[in-house]
Design a protein around this ligand. Structure first.
Ligand code: SAM
Length: 261
């Protein structure tokens, strides 16, 4: 076992519970021909299990010391490639073959930023299985008119089918995080659940609609579009963004696109 003191700035909470590790691996169920990518392998708690499946595996670790230790311990595995990089700058296009199965017990301090970053590579992905803060998973699967529902829910639910698998208690890690954790699986849609003509317009409208949660849609969108557009798609401008379904956001965005083309 690698000796290393956990670094808070890298969100290091290492898995130490073999039963939980096995449950995560079972949820992934890798097969020999698949190409897996692990974000933040740390001391290799998940990596060592994944290697038993003989699948192609790329692991990306930011911490230089952990990277060196991983190279020392695991470089004899031919099917394994180890990268010492910031995942928020990592170019997934360099990985072949596709599709990729991306997994990780993610550093919680960058998890939402990373989920948005990975949207640029959604076309390469078969599925993603992540350990995240429970609160973030609840936001991912949230329905309209709840306090958890926001930009993360709407944008990610447009791209992925999202399944919460199970919760993980803090004792499963060392050091134990101050928050509850959950395992979530995201599977990109081959056909999106709604039609969006212009992604940039959609992103802009969703971001603005949630910019001030307590304000009405009319107020939050006033710098972007006319109130008439909101009424034309049959939405009350006085409601808040959090009341809109994905379909309504798509309708609003498409109407905006049509009037600006
Ligand atoms: N997979 C290990 C486990 O389950 O025990 C470690 C998980 S720990 C929660 C997160 C890991 O991500 C750490 O090893 C940390 O150094 C690494 N990490 C943090 N920020 C990163 C980044 N921007 N890019 C790549 N790895 C990062």
């Amino acid at each position: 076992m690698i000796s290393h003191s956990p670094r808070k700035r890298f969100g290091q909470n290492f898995l130490q519970d073999d039963q939980i590790i096995q449950r995560i691996i079972n949820a992934i169920s890798p097969t020999i021909k698949q190409h897996l990518v692990e974000i933040g392998p740390g001391k290799g708690a998940l990596t060592e299990y994944l290697l038993k499946y003989n699948c192609q595996l790329d692991i990306i670790e930011l911490d230089n010391d952990l990277f060196k230790m991983l190279v020392e311990e695991l470089s004899s595995f031919e099917q394994l490639q180890i990268y010492n990089q910031d995942i928020l700058q990592f170019d997934f296009n360099q990985l072949q073959p596709i599709p990729l199965r991306i997994i990780g017990n993610l550093p919680y301090n960058i998890s939402t930023q990373l989920l948005f970053y990975l949207l640029d590579y959604v076309h390469l992905v078969q599925d993603m299985t992540f350990m995240l803060q429970k609160e973030v998973v609840e936001r991912l699967i949230a329905v309209p008119s709840t306090s958890e529902y926001g930009r993360l829910s709407v944008v990610l639910q447009y791209h992925y089918q999202i399944y919460k698998l199970f919760d993980v208690e803090p004792e499963a890690f060392w050091p134990p995080p101050k928050v509850q954790s959950s395992i979530v699986q995201l599977i990109p849609y081959s056909i999106p659940p709604v039609k969006i003509i212009n992604q940039q317009h959609f992103n802009k409208i969703v971001t603005a609609a949630f910019s001030k949660r307590r304000k009405t849609l009319r107020n939050n969108l006033k710098d972007i579009l006319n109130i008439e557009i909101i009424q034309e798609v049959g939405i009350d401008p006085q409601i808040r963004g959090e009341a809109l379904t994905l379909i309504e956001f798509a309708q609003l965005s498409n109407q905006f696109t049509l009037q600006n083309s």
